[in-house]
Design a protein around this ligand. Structure first.
Ligand code: FAD
Length: 311
């Protein structure tokens, strides 16, 4: 076997909370797991300035710092973290074959924790101001906007739910939606429309987000009239959907119609020996704590799977 080919008992794809938690558990079971970080070390959690809802940190913890702590703990027990990305997988026979940027892995078990990415507006200023006014998670970042003015982009259930949540903190929440009608269910629509802090701007898209060190305003365009306006706000919360990072497994792992990997309660996929955890398999909770919990569960089950095989 050449130096860029490796055989491991367990390979974990992804370095977010689910991946590092799986690595910690597998390492403590003395399986010397390999973990491929992908391009985003620490996962989505590393994108946010502070995480205040992960237990054990009463004062909150930096998103990137939490990722570093997760990594350090997993490595301390023998996990091997590689800055590498999987590009192709063959799950038809064991050991599974995983082609990466730098070589090939053969793995007796595979844990998929490739997460999901919030769909971005892809407008100028957005990427630069993530964590400085631009957010994709109200549960996570809402408290930073106490007595501030915020925009919410989207017209579905999650946009309205998050907008209602944001009214706990913000003085005003303006929902910008590209269509005439909201897509959210009637109860949510009623609650949002009756909330005195919530206002709506319909038939409108965001074309740019501006600010130096933090967001200062958004540029808006009415899609019917073409009229362009600016809107001064301290924050913009974007809820136009999530895409699971699971394209790599299409045709091999069973997924729902949105591309989330289907697992049973034991985090097992349709392929024996392949497990999935965190946001790649979870359209519902999408939190650090829930993803970490699923990662740990997947590693426990994968360990049992290997033990059962070795008798
Ligand atoms: C801005 C922001 C703020 C947030 N704030 C909070 C908060 O305060 N509290 C909270 O509980 N939650 C928060 N969340 C949600 C939380 O970050 C996610 O629920 C959590 O990170 C999901 O963990 P995960 O491990 O499943 O996936 P992710 O964190 O999405 O990690 C996926 C990992 O997979 C890797 N990857 C992808 N494709 C490949 C591949 N082909 N090969 C190898 N690796 C791959 C990526 O590089 C990444 O490391 C926030 C999310 C965002 C975007």
């Amino acid at each position: 076997m050449s130096t860029n080919e490796h055989h491991v008992k367990m390979l974990i794809l992804g370095s977010g909370p689910a991946g590092f938690s799986a690595a910690l558990y597998a390492a403590r079971a003395e399986l010397a797991p390999g973990l491929l970080s992908g391009t985003q070390l620490g996962g989505q959690a590393a994108l946010t300035y502070t995480i205040e809802n992960y237990p054990g940190f009463p004062e909150g913890v930096g998103g990137a710092q939490l990722g570093e702590l997760f990594q350090k703990q997993a490595e301390h027990f023998g996990a091997r973290v590689e800055f590498d990305t999987a590009n192709k997988v063959d799950l038809s026979t064991r050991p599974f074959k995983i082609e990466t940027d730098t070589g090939e892995y053969q793995a007796d078990t595979l844990i998929v924790t490739t997460g999901a990415s919030p769909i971005h507006l892809n407008v100028p200023g957005e990427d630069m101001l993530v964590g400085r006014g631009v957010s994709y998670c109200a549960t996570c970042d809402g408290a930073f906007f106490k007595d501030k003015k915020v925009l919410v982009v989207g017209g579905g259930d999650s946009a309205l739910e998050e907008a209602l949540f944001l009214t706990r903190y913000a003085t005003s929440v303006t929902i910008v939606h590209r269509r005439e009608e909201l897509r959210a269910g009637p109860i949510l629509q009623k609650r949002a429309k009756e909330n005195p802090k919530i206002a709506f701007i319909f038939n409108t898209v965001v074309t740019e987000i501006r600010g130096k060190d933090k967001m200062e305003m958004a540029l808006l365009k009415n899609v019917k009239t073409g009229e362009e306006t600016s809107f001064t706000a301290d924050g913009i919360f974007i809820f136009i959907g999530h895409t699971p990072n699971t394209q790599l497994f299409e045709g091999q792992l069973k997924m729902d119609s949105h591309g989330y990997i289907e697992t049973d309660m034991l985090m097992q996929t349709n392929v024996p020996g392949v497990f999935a955890a965190g946001e790649a398999a979870d359209p519902h909770f999408r939190q650090v704590i829930t993803s970490a919990g699923m990662g740990a569960a997947a590693a426990i089950q994968a360990t049992r799977f290997l033990e059962a095989e070795s008798g």
